[in-house]
Structures are given as C-alpha cells and as structure tokens.
Design a protein around this ligand. Structure first.
Ligand code: FMN
Length: 171
C-alpha cells in the first residue's frame, strides 16, 4: 500500500478482538518506531509493551475508564527519557520525538491490519506508578495494539487544506 493510501486508511480503533498479535507483526511495529527521526538523533524514548492482563486492566482505570484500552492484547506506553530538554526553538524535543516514533508505530500497525488509538487521557502519576516508570521520565501517550473487532471505524472529518495551510507568510 502506498503511503497516502495508508495515511487515509489509518484511524483510531476503539473496539478490539482478543485475537493475539503475531510476534513478527509486533516486532515490525516496534522496528518502525525505532527508525523514526529525533532531534540530534538522541532517540530519547523507550516503549513499554504491556501484555500482562492484570496490568492492562489497571491501565483502563488509569485512562479514565476507556474500556477499549484493555480489550486489545497489547498496550504500548511511550516514555520520554529527557522531558526537560528544549530545542533552540523553545519547543520541548521530547514530545515531538516521541510523537514521531509513535506515529511510525501506528502507521506500521495500520499497514499490517492492526488497530491503535492514541491515548492522552490518562493520569500521569498513576500510569508511572503502575508501569514502574522512574519519576524523572514522562509517559507521553499510550496506545492499545490489536486486531479491530468488527469492520472499520469511520474516518473522522478533517478541516479543509485552506484552513490548515498558509503560503509564504501567515495568513
Ligand atoms: C495526542 C492524542 C491524544 C489522544 N487521546 C485520546 C484518548 O485519550 N482517547 C481516545 O479515544 N482518543 C484519543 N485520541 C484520538 C483522537 O480522538 C483521534 O485521533 C481524532 O479524533 C481523529 O480520528 P482518527 O484518529 O480516527 O483519524 C488522541 C489522539 C491524539 C493525537
């Protein structure tokens, strides 16, 4: 599948089947994340692959009761290792770096018929405690990873390009 078709196909999946994810597919998704670019090539992140049912069940609570988070056989937590570092442009590098890596992962998953859903609605402190993440790091996002339960969710509408793009200068 070419990239534009893949970008059009990917959507947030909020209903999962219990079908296990093949190890080679999981590894391919992780490899796509590994290949992501990062500021100064620091790769300042670590992914926690959660398979244990009891931890996934607790992640549902940590994520404000979003039940589909625990439906998938895998949940991935994306952890930033350098959350204080600003780029020269004053933007925190960690959020950008982790987002690119996780986006690679979600697109790779879509290309393999797997579903994901970015989860930003979770309690940082509770998630860190549950996953034993050191205090100085930050969990940027979670995503379930698994086979979509039924059919495909309808794509969300998007703003028209004119509302998103200026040419030459701000307009
Ligand atoms: C940073 C971020 C955080 C998000 N957090 C949640 C979340 O906590 N729960 C949820 O159901 N969807 C969450 N989403 C998914 C968005 O709602 C979704 O991407 C958006 O509505 C567009 O739909 P699509 O992904 O199907 O194209 C999040 C997406 C992003 C990028």
């Amino acid at each position: 599948m070419d990239f534009l078709s893949l970008a059009a196909k990917r959507r947030s999946v909020r209903s999962y089947s219990a079908k296990p994810v093949e190890e080679e597919k999981l590894k391919a998704c992780l490899e796509a994340a590994r290949l992501a670019p990062s500021a100064n090539n620091r790769q300042p992140w670590r992914l926690i692959v959660v398979k244990a049912p009891e931890i996934r069940a607790k992640l549902v609570e940590v994520a404000g009761g979003q039940r589909f988070v625990g439906e998938a056989p895998i949940v991935i937590a994306a952890v930033a290792l350098d959350p204080k570092r600003l780029m020269r442009c004053q933007i925190p590098a960690y959020a950008v770096d982790v987002a690119i890596a996780l986006d690679h992962l979600t697109l790779a998953a879509a290309s393999l018929g797997l579903g994901t859903c970015w989860i930003g609605h979770f309690d940082q402190g509770e998630a860190k405690e549950l996953l034993k993440v050191p205090r100085e790091y930050q969990i940027v996002a979670l995503t379930p990873l698994g086979y979509p339960a039924v059919g495909e969710e309808r794509p969300r509408s998007r703003k028209p390009l004119d509302a998103l793009v200026s040419w030459d200068v701000w307009s």
